[in-house]
Design a protein around this ligand. Structure first.
Ligand code: HEC
Ligand code: HEC
Ligand code: HEC
Ligand code: HEC
Length: 377
């Protein structure tokens, strides 16, 4: 009994001790979660989804969900018959197997479509068959290949970004199809939240930006000449940036002095990105259905766009921001006047992307071997 009582006493002690410990543990766990919560709210923190693909920033391509069985069968037969491609304009020098790997992860995976969205399964080299929509899609895809490579090479080259500011290293991520497409066949440049805003939220894409003399967006009263209207317009542009990147003003500004570029690497980046957007608008707007680029076209509410290629090495050489010697888009020697000639998904032989000549040659070769055209059905 006595022993029991003593046991009860120490039992009581342990009970109290246990309760105090539980409360302390509970409080510290709560503190940890609270702090973690604050940390997670920090827009600079890139939360990498474990399930994400190793080739994309937070994007998981799912070709197996969209590529049909007959397409898998056709690609197997095609690669056996043609170890080297017959009709590529941009992806030159790659083997058929390499191209198919890229098509699976970047084209079908990036756009969420079957191969037959852009090909006849009878012959992957064909630019012409009995499906005008598929033919147009293939032509647009070829143009978007060029566009992706040019954005990377003209605007996202590592050395260029590293020189923007000594406060931040570039992430190394570059453009892929999925950066704009995000698993959609027809992406929209303006997110729903931007669409709800007045037109004035559009970017000043006609302005001539100068890296050496920034100051297009004089929002404050630095210059007496600036009208209230201009100030308001520029504020709207700032909201556009907030919304597109999912950040607050201080991500890009030293809140004590907005004109300053000191200590805020994102502001230097943003000016560069504004110039890049103006470039896209001028050169590629007609290739993206006449849409005007916005910051959210790529960023979609994230600081580092989801669906960006994790680095150059996951892209075919011609698309890399830092292509091997002799393999840049420019060095492919595609006619610069192609921009002028392109209208409304032009499917005529005048369109240099429509490589009819190469197809006939390829077919002729195939016919020699095998008396059939291309895949031979
Ligand atoms: C969004 C459109 C699109 C989709 C989807 C697509 N491709 Fe392609 N594919 C193209 C374009 C454009 C080219 C030509 C690239 C060039 O000119 O450099 C091409 C080229 C090819 C070639 C090289 C053919 C040759 O010999 O010239 C093969 C093989 C190929 N694709 C297979 C596939 C497979 C397999 C799939 C499905 C997993 C697929 N593609 C999905 C647009 C697409
Ligand atoms: C800078 C952003 C951007 C990039 C990068 C990009 N696209 Fe696009 N793409 C768009 C937009 C925006 C549209 C919608 C155009 C429209 O509404 O007509 C589009 C439309 C298309 C279409 C036409 C789809 C249809 O159903 O009409 C194809 C095909 C296509 N893209 C393929 C590609 C491929 C393949 C790549 C990668 C090599 C790529 N795109 C990279 C922005 C982009
Ligand atoms: C994603 C980056 C980014 C975000 C977010 C952003 N800004 Fe800006 N802001 C810029 C850039 C870049 C410029 C300068 C453009 C130039 O020099 O032409 C600028 C210019 C300004 C200026 C003009 C300074 C001057 O040089 O006279 C003011 C004021 C300003 N922003 C206020 C804001 C406010 C307020 C917010 C939040 C509502 C905001 N910004 C959000 C990037 C950003
Ligand atoms: C064509 C696609 C594209 C468009 C349009 C675009 N960006 Fe970016 N942006 C990127 C990519 C890709 C990166 C990653 C670059 C890196 O880190 O190497 C990036 C990085 C950035 C960064 C640096 C990220 C950080 O840590 O803060 C800022 C800031 C930024 N963009 C602002 C903007 C603003 C503002 C606009 C609109 C004026 C814009 N971007 C439009 C593709 C785009």
């Amino acid at each position: 009994m006595f022993e029991n009582f003593a046991g009860g006493k120490s039992g009581l002690f342990f009970l109290v001790f246990g309760m105090v410990t539980a409360v302390l543990v509970g409080v510290s766990v709560a503190v940890v979660f609270y702090v973690a919560d604050i940390a997670l709210e920090d827009p600079d923190e890139i939360i990498v989804d474990d399930a994400a693909s190793p080739i994309y920033v937070n994007f998981q391509p799912e070709p197996e969900a969209v590529v049909s069985e007959d397409a898998y069968l056709a690609m197997g037969q095609y690669q056996a018959e043609f170890p080297m491609p017959q009709n590529v304009v941009v992806l030159q020098g790659q083997t058929t197997v390499e191209i198919i790997g890229y098509m699976l992860n970047h084209f079908s995976g990036g756009l969420g479509v079957n191969c037959s969205h852009c090909h006849t399964l009878e012959n992957f080299a064909a630019d012409e068959w009995d499906d005008p929509v598929g033919m147009r899609n293939k032509m647009v895809a070829r143009q978007h290949l060029v566009m992706t490579g040019e954005i990377n090479q003209n605007w996202l080259e590592y050395d260029q970004l590293v020189n923007l500011t000594n406060l931040k290293q570039p992430s190394g991520s570059v453009m892929a199809c999925a950066t704009c497409h995000n698993g959609q066949a027809q992406p929209v440049a303006w997110s729903a939240s931007l669409d709800a805003l007045p037109d004035d939220f559009r970017l000043p894409l006609d302005a001539t930006f100068s890296v050496t003399e920034p100051g297009i967006l004089n929002v404050n009263a630095r210059d007496d000449e600036i009208s209230l209207e201009t100030v308001q317009y520029n504020q709207y542009v700032m909201y556009h940036m907030n919304d597109s990147l999912g950040v607050g003003c201080t991500h890009c500004h030293n809140s004590r002095y907005f004109p300053s570029y000191e200590g805020v690497p994102a502001k230097n980046y943003s000016l560069h990105m504004l110039q890049m957007s103006a470039f896209i608008n001028e050169n590629y707007s007609k290739y993206i259905g006449g849409q005007q680029p916005s910051c959210s076209l790529c960023h979609n509410g994230q600081v580092i766009p989801y669906g960006a290629a994790i680095n150059d090495s996951v892209l075919p050489p011609h698309l890399r921001s830092n292509p091997p010697e002799g393999l840049s888009i420019e060095e492919l020697g595609l006619d610069a006047s192609m921009y002028e000639r392109y209208t409304e998904h032009d499917l005529s032989a005048d369109n240099p992307f429509y490589n009819q000549e190469a197809v006939s040659e390829g077919d002729a070769d195939a016919t020699d071997d095998d008396a059939s055209v291309g895949m031979g059905g």
